[in-house]
Design a protein around this ligand. Structure first.
Ligand code: ZN
Length: 134
């Protein structure tokens, strides 16, 4: 894994949280993007080599809606950048980690993504993401 690509934060109100994080970081988000398949709307902020991703549920079945229901707002996942997602999935499966989707799927911000079950990573949801090269 190359670096922490972003930290995902579950929020109830994306517009309100965009204001909070713009004030915190001293600059506005650079994009808002809905990922319909996940039932979320996201916004991204740059912080040096890393990013902050805010996630708001757009459907009651969204994993973010369920997360907020259980735990409230807060850190939802940590995402690591990888060069070869399929190879990383294979490596982690062989190490005994539970991968939620062993077939990479399209995530926000032009990435292919896969998630590790928090049960196998000390309660932290881990996202692996690989830049989609156009
Ligand atoms: Zn993410």
């Amino acid at each position: 894994m190359k670096k922490i690509e972003h930290i995902g934060i579950a929020v109830k109100d994306l517009e309100a949280s965009n204001q909070v994080f713009a004030a915190l970081l001293g600059k506005p988000h650079y994009k808002i993007e809905a990922v319909e398949s996940e039932g979320v709307r996201t916004s991204f902020f740059e912080t040096g080599p890393n990013k902050i991703e805010l996630l708001e549920a757009i459907s009651p079945n969204s994993p973010i809606a369920k997360f907020i229901e259980r735990k409230g707002e807060g850190i939802h996942h940590i995402a690591f950048a990888v060069d070869d997602l399929e190879a990383e999935i294979e490596r982690l499966v062989s190490q005994g980690f539970t991968i939620l989707n062993t077939t990479p799927k399209k995530g926000a911000d032009n990435k292919l993504v896969a998630f590790l079950h928090p049960k196998s990573t000390n309660g932290v949801l881990i996202e692996l993401c690989q830049e989609i090269k156009s």
